[in-house]
Design a protein around this ligand. Structure first.
Ligand code: NAD
Length: 486
């Protein structure tokens, strides 16, 4: 809830202290209005975070505009050492990043330490290196030499969701900054702390004032104001479909390119010739981060002949999952980010069961605490059922069976989403099925292998555009053909 008190009291968690203020033009800027931040672990009040008012949005846009000429005039080679230092400064603060995101978003501390922080560093340094290869890729023809330039576009607005704020913010900031743009990051209001610390890391690295700005605030107020401004050049958004529709309209009004990475309802296909133990072990990973992972395979499609064995095998893994405090090393399933989200997740399960679906396991709140939910599997469903068609974004999976590859593919493709997928089976067979599933990416006999050079994004309602490797630069740059006749 917004209040009229100053928000400059640092947020203190154990021995950590982080600014609740904006970071604009190289300095911290408090707000006359703030909102409360609670931890999903135990609902305790973490502190008050600055609400981005119109004056802060204005100041950030002006700061980013003023910083643009000098930053964009540097070569990629000149920007690289500053960005490498930025990555190092993230590494210097690794412990703080891990603990802050664990406390405000409920992300597993172990996952932060071993996965997210190293990846955040790489998101900055990898794109700084990759930008070196971008300039002046000539196309030679008999008639002319085409010098294909990737020029920075201008002020970029980056908007990220609460389930992976550090990972997703750096995934966009890395290429945007490396390409020579200046950036304004609007962090998620349910998990804003690591983005605030990111500003400290950028500051310590010597990013010039205005090159990277953070404006905290809610989506409806601060986010909407930012994306509606005609002075910005790009909007890079990761979040939900309803928000993306608003953002696309705002971008449309100013004819601004926007990249939209959205939700998923990805199939997890288990073919008759699959290695069931491997498939079941991977299946249980879908509960990681309490199922709040956009790319998780959440719709299990299992060949009817092996469904019984698969369910038994997966149950064996699920029963061993440790649900609990994300700060504990042994925990595998942490809390759901917000009480509103707990209600939403529970509502999906209750309506499915009321409609005749059966629970294979789980189904309700977990005794560990108010925002914990049992790993759940729902079956006995029709393809048109709400829980099959809509993203739950919690530890709730569905299971349907099929009798042929054709049927599996039809079920896999039978939602409005098209983000990712998983397909287990004999490799050639699974690859052939995977190739016919309509999504932006799909893993064969594996899950979660990512490479920064590879394209990432969804089709249908799961998004517009691709990020990663050259695709990020295609989006964040004005691509220009300088034609020199021979
Ligand atoms: P959300 O759409 O509610 O919010 C995302 C961000 O948008 C937040 O920072 C929010 O403040 C901001 N926002 C909200 N309204 C806005 C407006 N009118 N104008 C500008 N900004 C606005 O999403 P969420 O609940 O935070 O995140 C969960 C969603 O994100 C899920 O659907 C999930 O699948 C998706 N997601 C997708 C990916 C991907 O890479 N495809 C990755 C992670 C999460």
């Amino acid at each position: 809830m917004a209040t009229s008190t100053s928000t400059s009291t640092p947020i203190v968690i154990d021995d950590l202290s982080v600014s609740p203020d904006h970071y604009i033009g190289g300095r911290r800027v408090p707000s006359a209005s703030g909102f409360e931040l609670h931890s999903p672990i135990d609902q305790r009040l973490l502190g008050r975070v600055a609400e981005g008012l119109d004056e802060h949005v204005e100041a950030a846009i002006v700061a980013a505009q003023q910083a643009f000429p000098a930053w964009s005039a540097l070569t990629a080679a000149e920007r690289k050492p500053v960005l490498d230092r930025f990555a190092e400064e993230i590494g210097q603060r690794a412990d703080a990043f891990c603990r802050l995101e664990s406390n405000d978003a409920g992300v597993l501390l172990s996952r932060m330490r071993h996965g997210v922080v190293p990846r955040a560093m790489l998101n900055i340094s990898w794109f700084a290196q990759h930008a070196l290869d971008l300039q002046n890729r000539p196309i030679e023809t008999e008639q002319a030499r085409h010098i294909v330039r990737h020029d920075p576009a201008g002020v970029v607005v980056i908007i990220t969701p609460w389930n992976a704020p550090l990972m997703l913010s750096t995934w966009k900031l890395g290429p945007a900054l490396a390409a020579g743009n200046t950036c304004i990051l609007k962090p998620p209001e349910w998990a804003p702390l690591t983005c605030s610390l990111l500003a400290d890391a950028g500051h310590a690295a010597g990013l010039p004032p205005g090159v990277f700005n953070v404006v905290q605030g809610t989506g409806a107020k601060t986010g909407a104001k930012l994306v509606g401004d005609a002075r910005i050049a790009r909007i890079s958004f990761t979040g939900s479909v309803p928000t993306a529709k608003w953002i696309a309209q705002a971008a449309g009004a100013n004819l601004l390119p926007c990249s939209l990475e959205l939700g998923g309802k990805s199939p997890f296909i288990v073919l008759e010739d699959a290695d069931l133990d491997n498939a079941a072990a991977t299946g249980a990973l879908m509960y990681r981060n309490a199922g709040q992972v956009c790319l998780a395979g959440t719709r299990f499609l299992v060949h009817a002949n092996i469904a019984k064995q698969f369910v038994a095998a997966m149950r064996g893994h699920v029963d061993k999952l440790v649900v609990g405090d994300p700060r504990e090393e042994a925990t595998e399933v942490g809390p759901i980010v917000h009480p509103r989200q707990v209600e939403r997740v529970h509502g999906f399960v209750q309506r499915a069961v009321a409609g005749g679906a059966r629970l294979l396991w789980g189904g309700g709140p977990h005794p560990f605490g108010a925002q914990y939910f049992q790993p759940t599997m729902v079956t006995g469903l029709q393809q048109s059922d709400e829980i099959v068609q809509n993203e739950v974004f919690g530890p709730v999976l569905t299971l349907q069976t099929f009798g042929s590859d054709e049927e599996a593919i039809a079920l896999a493709n039978g939602t409005d989403y098209g983000l990712g997928g998983v397909c287990y089976g004999e490799t050639a067979h699974a690859t052939a099925v995977a190739e016919r599933v309509r999504t932006g990416f799909i893993w064969v006999n594996s899950f979660g292998i990512r490479d920064l050079a590879a394209p990432f994004g969804g089709i249908k309602r799961s998004g517009i555009g691709r990020e990663g490797g050259d695709w990020s630069f295609e989006f964040f740059c004005d691509v220009k053909d300088v034609v020199v006749p021979k």
